[in-house]
Design a protein. Structure first.
Lengths: 157, 104
């Protein structure tokens, strides 16, 4: 596993993700991360930053306890919402009920490159560890991003 | 037939940063084939090892899902637009002992 850099998110938004995971427990929650990609190199410039969330409904009605799905129509809604706010869809969040916040083989099989995949572990209804990952270009592994909780949202300029 | 292929955000770094590319193509398959020939890194993200479109890759021709048209054999005409729209999926999967985990 390699270090993919940092992901900035406010304490408020991190708490909203955790709350969403607690709300849908024992089912997986999901949603879009809206924000800015930054300079692409955390060592030299601004990291990728989550500025808003776009909570979604888990479309996996058949297996919501261990799977989540965002339809292409919902992807387009998230992109439209991001565009209206002058932001980009930079990734997706979902929860792992009673399971570690680590990407599974299933996560890897369905992942897209470039996006940040933020996972929150919800243990017996209580949100716990939160991690973020980016699929490596070879699709074989992930790079973990360091989530940096910001006490205030940064300027959008 | 000049066909425009819109490239979704997560794939643009593998397409020279481009949001769109145009190709001469008579079918959707031909357009996607030319896309992955020009930008080879896109191939593994769009197609499985046996050459099929990945299930989470949704392809639309002029706003219509090609699954309801002729799939990849859907003919294209001059001025058509192909959109590649992601589905997003994942989850904890099977029980902890039954599935490989990335331990970080």
């Amino acid at each position: 596993m390699t270090d993919s850099g940092k992901l900035w998110i406010s304490a408020e938004l991190a708490e909203k993700i955790r709350a969403h995971g607690a709300e849908t427990y024992p089912h997986e929650c999901c949603g879009a991360l809206l924000g800015r990609d930054g300079s692409g190199d955390a060592a030299e410039g601004k990291p990728r930053e989550v500025l808003e969330l776009f909570p979604l409904v888990n479309r996996r009605e058949d297996s919501p306890r261990n799977r989540f799905s965002v339809s292409p129509q919902d992807v387009l809604k998230a992109e439209k919402a991001a565009e209206a706010r002058g932001l980009d869809v930079i990734g997706w969040y979902h929860s792992h009920p009673d399971h570690p916040a680590r990407p599974s083989e299933y996560d890897r099989e369905y992942a897209w490159p470039w996006y940040s995949y933020l996972i929150v572990s919800v243990q017996r209804g209580i949100p716990r560890e939160m991690t973020s990952w980016r699929l490596h270009d070879d699709r074989e592994r992930y790079s973990e991003e360091t989530i940096e909780i910001r006490s205030e949202t940064t300027s959008r300029s | 037939m000049s066909v425009k292929v819109m490239i979704p955000t997560p794939l643009r770094p593998h397409a020279g940063g481009k949001a769109a590319a145009e190709f001469q193509a008579r079918t959707v398959a031909e357009a996607l084939g030319r896309l992955t020939t020009e930008f080879g890194d896109l191939k593994r993200h769009l197609f499985t090892e046996d050459g099929k479109l990945r299930s989470f890759v949704n392809v639309y021709l002029n706003g219509e899902d090609i699954r309801y048209l002729g799939q990849e054999n859907t003919p294209t005409k001059d001025g058509d637009t192909i959109n590649i729209i992601p589905s997003i999926a994942g989850g904890k999967g099977l029980s902890r002992g039954a599935e490989k985990q990335f331990s970080g």
